[in-house]
Every structure is written in structure tokens, then in C-alpha cells.
Design a binder for this molecule. Structure first.
Ligand code: FAQ
Length: 341
């Protein structure tokens, strides 16, 4: 009878050989995958879900796309709050359509994120448990009807400025989702502009309401582009991967340049005494934003951070029976109708 350790060794040796050849094959595959990935990025082509991609690329995309999806979903709250109080039937119908669009954007984005290999329930749980980030802007209250105008004009305006370049993001499902999202965001921005224009040219009180909304939303809207480039740990790599095409500061500048003449046309002022045309740069200079406030909001200390999350949790809990019923129905349908029948 062989010695126990000899017996073990005689079984273990071929296994180690198999392990080694598997590891070699995996390394070769990764090397070829990386080379193909680098080639696709260098020629500005798209990466698709079944393509090999570096683990960090996958992780960073899942991070950005899921945060983006969460923003759309939480972003329904400030405006949803005004559906019952919209000043006319027409305004109510428009606002309902807009809020539904935001839900749709969230769903396209969760679908795009899911193609990276993480189930959407995992992303939902990250939001539910407060571990996920979503856009800082949605932690601010919509106090008056004019805020709905300011959200459309400034928040959707900032979203479009940020998202148009994302239509060219290297990850196919994300870029394609952005094309449709941007078309809808353009309508959203337009309706916000129209609300503010009406108020701005209404009574003195209405004009003041519009000005007050712009005063409160201007700074937080500029912060939607993210921290200054010097404080943006993800930008450089995201740009090397052709996910982001411009830095946070570049897009912020583009947005300021766009809204200054629009504010003039609205008859409203932007609340920044340092705002001035810089002939040499060919851009508007603008004042420093309150970055302490921004980072506090990111830590969950925004004016309505806990309320937003609580509302999301309540809606999710109360909707559990609908999801269960839909899943049971889908199972029953699948059992009754064999695939291809
Ligand atoms: N709020 O290194 P960076 C909308 C985080 S959709 C919260 O510069 P990155 C439609 C960032 O995630 C609005 N967190 O990061 C709508 C990172 O954290 P992490 C949402 C922020 O990714 C309208 C850390 O700080 N849009 O409005 C914010 O390169 C009306 C370091 O920052 C998108 O999500 C922020 N503002 O650049 C709906 C667009 N900024 O993950 C309803 C897609 C940064 O390392 C009503 N996303 N952080 O822990 C992007 O373009 C980018 O992710 C940026 C941030 C530009 C947001």
C-alpha cells in the first residue's frame, strides 16, 4: 500500500499540470484580448458586451452607468412632487411625460449596466442601502413651480452638455442609450426654458420667483459636472478609455458659455458677480463654486439626502408585490408557451 503522502502526490501532480496549462491559456487569451481592446480604443471603435475588456474598464463603466441610472430614478422625485400642483392641465401633462421619460432613462441605463455582467438587482440594492452615489443636484428641494423651470433649463441643460459627448462613449450599449436620452433631454430643457420665460415675463412676483429659482439652482447645476479636474480621480483614465471625451471643467465651461446668453434672453441674471466675458480666453470667467458643500452632499449631507433615499426605499418596498406578481405571471406565461411556439 503506498504511503498516504505518495498517493496524494501522484494525484496532485497531473492536476497541477492541468492548472498550469489552463493558467497559460487564460494569460494568452487575456493578452490577445488586451491587444484587441487597445486596438479598438486606438481606432475609436466600440467595445461591445461580448468583447474582452479589462476588469477595471468594466468596473468603472458599471460605476458610472449605474450612478447615472440612479440619478435618473432619484431625479424623478423633485419634479414628481409638483405633478399634482402644476398650474394647468397642459403643464401637468407635460410634466408627467417628462418624469416618465426620466424613469425610461433609468431603465435604459440599468439595461446598459447589466450588460457588464452585474444583475440590475445588485445595482438597485446598492442604491437602496445608501452605498451608491447619484447626482448631487437631486438632494436639493424643488420649492416653487419656478424650480421646475430651473430644473428643466439648468439641470437638463447641464445633463445634455455632459451627455452629448457620452453618445460617443466607447462602450456600445452606453453610447447608444445616450443618443435617445439626449433627444428627450432636449425637449426637457426646452420646457424648462418655456416655464421660466413665461414667469420672467409675467407679474413682478412671478419674475421674482423665476429669479429666485435660478439663484438657488445655478451653483448646484454647475456642480453636476463633477469636482474640479484637479480633484477628479476618474477623469484621466476614463478619457484614455474614450468613455469621457472632455474633462469636468471643460464641460462646465461649455455650459456656462451656453447659459449666459440664454439667461439674458430670459431676462434673468445668474448669481455670480465674477461672471465676465474674457476676450483673451474666448470664454466666460466665473467664480469659485462651493466645493465644501458639494463634497458634503456627496457624503449624504445634502438638504434632502435622507428624504430622497427614504422615499426611494418606501416606493421599492411598496412596489414589491407588483414585481412579484409580474414575475409570477411571466413564469406562468413561459411555462404555458414553449419557446418558439
Ligand atoms: N454628484 O472622478 P470624478 C440628469 C462623484 S442625469 C454625485 O470626476 P467621473 C437627468 C463621482 O461619481 C445626471 N457624485 O468622477 C435628469 C466619483 O465617485 P466614485 C447624472 C459625483 O465619473 C434631469 C467622484 O465624485 N448624470 O440630470 C458628482 O469621472 C432632470 C469623483 O468624481 C450622469 O451621471 C455629482 N455631481 O465624473 C433627471 C452623467 N460628480 O464613483 C431628472 C454620467 C462626481 O469614484 C431630472 N456621468 N461625483 O465613488 C458622468 O459623466 C461622470 O460620472 C461625472 C463624474 C461627470 C458625473
Amino acid at each position: 500500500m503506498p504511503h498516504p503522502s505518495t498517493a496524494q502526490d501522484s494525484h496532485a501532480a497531473p492536476l497541477r499540470l492541468a492548472d498550469a496549462s489552463d493558467a497559460d491559456a487564460a494569460a494568452e487569451e487575456a493578452e490577445a484580448g488586451q491587444a484587441r481592446f487597445d486596438e479598438l480604443i486606438a481606432e475609436d471603435s466600440r467595445i461591445e458586451p461580448r468583447d474582452w475588456m479589462p476588469a477595471d474598464y468594466r468596473k468603472s463603466l458599471a460605476r458610472q452607468i449605474s450612478q447615472h441610472a440612479h440619478s435618473e430614478i432619484i431625479g424623478m422625485q423633485p419634479e414628481g412632487n409638483w405633478i399634482t400642483r402644476a398650474p394647468s392641465l397642459k403643464r401637468k401633462a407635460i410634466l408627467m411625460a417628462k418624469v416618465q421619460d426620466e424613469a425610461g432613462h433609468g431603465l435604459y441605463l440599468y439595461s446598459a449596466a447589466e450588460t457588464l455582467g452585474t444583475a440590475r438587482e445588485t445595482f438597485y440594492d446598492q442604491l437602496y442601502t445608501g452605498r451608491a452615489k447619484y447626482s448631487s443636484i437631486f438632494n436639493y428641494p424643488a420649492r416653487t413651480w419656478a424650480d421646475i423651470g430651473a430644473i428643466g433649463w439648468l439641470v437638463d441643460g447641464a445633463a445634455i452638455t455632459n451627455q452629448v459627448p457620452l453618445c460617443r462613449a466607447s462602450y456600445g450599449p452606453y453610447g447608444r442609450a445616450m443618443v435617445r436620452v439626449c433627444k428627450e433631454e432636449s425637449f426637457h430643457q426646452r420646457q424648462g426654458w418655456e416655464i421660466l420665460h413665461t414667469l420672467s415675463h409675467g407679474t413682478d412676483e412671478q419674475h421674482q420667483m423665476a429669479q429666485d429659482a435660478v439663484d438657488r439652482f445655478y451653483g448646484p447645476a454647475l456642480q453636476m459636472f463633477g469636482p474640479p479636474d484637479t480633484d477628479s480621480p476618474n477623469s484621466q483614465q476614463s478619457m484614455a478609455w474614450n468613455i469621457k471625451r472632455f474633462t469636468n471643467d471643460e464641460l462646465r465651461q461649455r455650459f456656462v458659455d451656453m447659459i449666459v446668453p440664454q439667461a439674458e434672453a430670459l431676462g434673468l441674471t445668474l448669481p455670480d458677480p465674477d461672471l465676465a466675458w474674457n476676450e483673451e480666453r474666448g470664454h466666460y470667467d466665473f467664480g469659485e463654486l462651493d466645493w465644501d458643500e458639494f463634497f458634503a452632499v456627496l457624503k449624504g449631507q445634502g438638504p434632502l439626502s435622507s428624504q430622497r433615499l427614504e422615499h426611494y426605499r418606501r416606493a421599492r418596498d411598496e412596489g414589491a408585490w407588483v414585481r412579484e406578481a409580474a414575475a409570477a405571471y411571466a413564469r406562468r406565461q413561459a411555462a404555458a408557451e414553449p419557446v418558439g411556439a
